[in-house]
Design a protein around this ligand. Structure first.
Ligand code: ZN
Length: 312
């Protein structure tokens, strides 16, 4: 039997059946705003109506090996859903996206001329925002960072330094334009949506406050990013997989670009993210785990490899 992870119950915990753990129940700490129509969704799980007779149900479940999370795999060109793991979470749970937001934020600054690809900033490593520590986790680097290296190494200080260049409310509108809070229509009427609100630009740009996304909406945003990212952003995401924070998404012989994220929700849940793409597909993985690089990236890599080899 696969082992399920159980959390300590609290006021925000919901007990729900979970397909990857059929003999047990999982406790999820999403708060009220992050769980969409959970009772309706729970009953759908019981009847199996989510996955009955739909093409994308040729799932990616096997890559999760009992870990609690969700994934969406999309055809990069047609933007059609190819496969999904835990569709109720993939389309109905909204969570802070953490550092998966960095390429979207930096690309928007570049598009607006508020940042240039060659602008550089020496990372001071330590970052404190509203009483919380967001110190960089990358090793000391010999040169100041640029857009490309800031994405490769997921530099919090770089993004927080340039985020105030957005005008008031502009970053929230940027995220709406990426589609981060829109329904994708991949999951029909049952699909939920993310949310965006004004917050401090630094925390919002780091995906820690002012924005909640679903794995589905993040995948849609990355479809758009894949088609129009600035060269420095594309190169940064390729570097992240080659030698940066997303190395464990590497697939021998396949070009993968992407970005990890690791966040702790206000309810205390640790979430690990990966969002990225190959020439053929876009994938997002959200996992109840500590590290986007160690936990989410390897699952994403295996999903992209299976798609590349025609197994999905
Ligand atoms: Zn840094």
């Amino acid at each position: 039997m696969k082992r399920c992870r159980l959390n300590q119950p609290d006021a925000n915990v919901y007990r729900r059946g979970y397909p990857a753990c059929p003999t047990s129940a999982i406790l999820i700490h999403w708060n009220d705003e992050t769980m969409v129509r959970r009772h309706a969704i729970a009953s759908l799980l019981v009847t199996g109506a989510w996955t009955k007779g739909v093409a994308w149900a040729k799932g990616v479940d096997r890559f999760f090996d009992g870990a609690h999370g969700a994934s969406v795999l999309v055809d990069r060109k047609t933007r059609r859903l190819i496969a999904a793991h835990a569709p109720e979470l993939a389309s109905g749970s909204a969570a802070p996206p953490g550092s998966t937001l960095k390429p979207l934020v930096l690309n928007a600054l570049l598009e607006r001329g508020q940042l240039r690809a060659g602008d550089s900033f020496p990372c001071p490593h330590d970052l404190r925002l509203e009483g919380r520590s967001f110190d960089c986790s990358h090793p000391p680097l010999p040169a100041p960072l640029t857009v490309r290296t800031a994405i490769a190494y997921s530099c919090n200080c770089f993004v927080a330094h340039y985020a105030p260049r957005f005008r008031d409310g502009e970053l929230a509108r940027v995220m709406e334009r990426w589609g981060l809070v829109s329904r994708t229509n991949w999951f029909g009427e049952r699909e939920g949506a993310g949310r965006v609100w004004n917050a401090s630009p630094e925390l919002q740009a780091l995906g820690e406050d002012g924005v909640l996304v679903t794995p589905a909406s993040l995948a849609m945003a990355y479809c758009r990013l894949a088609s129009r990212a600035a060269p420095a952003v594309l190169a940064g995401m390729a570097d992240a997989v080659s030698f940066g924070t997303a190395q464990r998404a590497q697939v021998t012989g396949l070009k993968v670009a992407g970005k990890t994220g690791s966040v702790r929700t206000p309810a205390g849940v640790y979430l690990a993210w990966f969002a990225g793409f190959t020439d053929g597909a876009v994938v997002t993985v959200m996992l109840q785990a500590r590290s986007g690089g160690a936990d989410a990236a390897p699952i994403a890599g295996r999903i992209l490899e299976a798609h590349w080899k025609g197994q999905l």
